[in-house]
Design a protein around this ligand. Structure first.
Ligand code: CTP
Length: 330
């Protein structure tokens, strides 16, 4: 299908509920849906439909699938619709669609030639052969970053704690379990990296000496004495050279203040701060973050899919690198 190879971006505006369903499920019974399946570049979809069709669980499920696939959805606007109802469903303004297309075009291969080292997921710190301490990180944000970087042409090395996510095609994934293992693999791969993104939720404490046998329930009360794990990000801050270093701060309060504090303490160029709670953060498909930059600027990013947030992080990281005049030719 030559037309699929000859074009850089596929834009569908308006995208109907029926078309979204077909694309989500990979049906290919006409020209457009066949073109879509044969097309490997970025896809921008601008839906327009009746408000109830838009809100229907089937449509929202299909949108979720398409977003996860990395496609850009230009949200419909609210207003008076042709069907006589009022609400979201009206095709976005042409300028908004054009802006999304321009952004996709610029991102196309802007990380070509770069090696990006990303950490993702939680770490597990064993207490005995069957138990461990960990946290609620799902790894989704780190995997979205890896996927976005690979789509933009980067060579990606993903050091991943234990997660329940499918492996990413075209990404070199190094599985690890503990903070100590993560540190070792990160340092082993640091030399070849141009950008390092530490999205992993590393456990802060571990048991220094892990018993060889399962601990039995004999004591009436039990307490654990834990030692700090190595702070990988802080060590990278000391060894980063002219690499761009991006850390994360998952907080339940004082987001901006904490992001800034971590940026300075760990010598990062950017810290992505996100509030974690019942609706956002670890297990969610979406995220809402602030980017604290070395320049002193703070950029809030509106709630969006983790993949879109990942792309925005790289957009800002590249701008920041230019502003800081950091070299990336190594
Ligand atoms: N991090 C790390 N190694 C650790 C702990 C954290 O590399 N042992 C990194 C994380 O990958 C993240 C950043 O540091 O990019 C912030 O992690 P966080 O746990 O929020 O920060 P802490 O320094 O542990 O601060 P606190 O627990 O006091 O909030």
């Amino acid at each position: 299908m030559a037309v699929a190879q000859e074009h850089e971006i596929l834009v569908v505006a308006p995208a109907t509920a029926d078309l979204l369903a077909k694309l989500a499920h990979g049906l290919a019974d006409d020209f457009l849906t066949t073109l879509y399946l044969a097309f490997t570049g970025p896809v921008v979809l601008a839906p327009a439909m009746n408000v109830n069709m838009w809100r229907h669980a089937a449509t929202q499920g299909n949108l979720e699938t398409l977003r996860k696939r990395g496609h850009r959805i230009v949200e419909p606007e609210s207003g008076y619709l042709a069907c006589g109802m009022t609400g979201p469903g009206r095709l976005a303004e042409p300028e908004t669609i054009a802006e999304a297309v321009a952004r996709e075009g610029a991102r196309r291969k802007d990380l070509e030639g770069e090696t990006i080292l990303i950490t993702a997921g939680p770490t597990q710190e064993p207490l005995d052969p069957v138990r461990y301490i960990s946290n609620r990180s799902s790894g989704r944000m780190g995997y979205a970053l890896a996927e976005a970087a690979a789509a933009r042409g980067a060579r990606v090395v993903l050091v991943s704690g234990p997660v329940a996510l499918p492996p990413l095609a075209g990404v070199e994934t190094i599985p690890v379990r503990t903070a100590a293992e993560m540190r070792e693999k990160v340092l082993e791969n640091l030399d070849r990296a141009d950008i390092v993104v530490k999205a992993a939720a590393v456990a802060d404490y571990h048991l220094g000496r892990v018993p060889a046998q399962k601990v039995k329930k004999t004591a009436a009360r039990m307490s654990l004495e834990l030692d700090p794990t190595p702070d990988i990000l802080a060590e990278l801050g000391r060894k980063k050279g002219d690499r761009l270093l991006i850390g994360f701060a998952a907080e339940t309060e004082n987001l901006q203040q904490e992001a800034r504090r971590k940026l300075e303490m760990k010598n990062c160029d950017m810290v992505v701060g996100n509030l974690v709670g019942p609706e956002l953060g670890f297990e969610s498909e979406e995220n809402e973050v602030i980017l604290a930059l070395r320049t002193g600027a703070v950029i809030p990013l509106a709630r969006a899919s983790k993949r879109e947030i990942a792309d925005r992080i790289f957009d800002e990281a590249l701008k920041l690198r230019l502003a800081l005049h950091l070299a990336h030719e190594r």
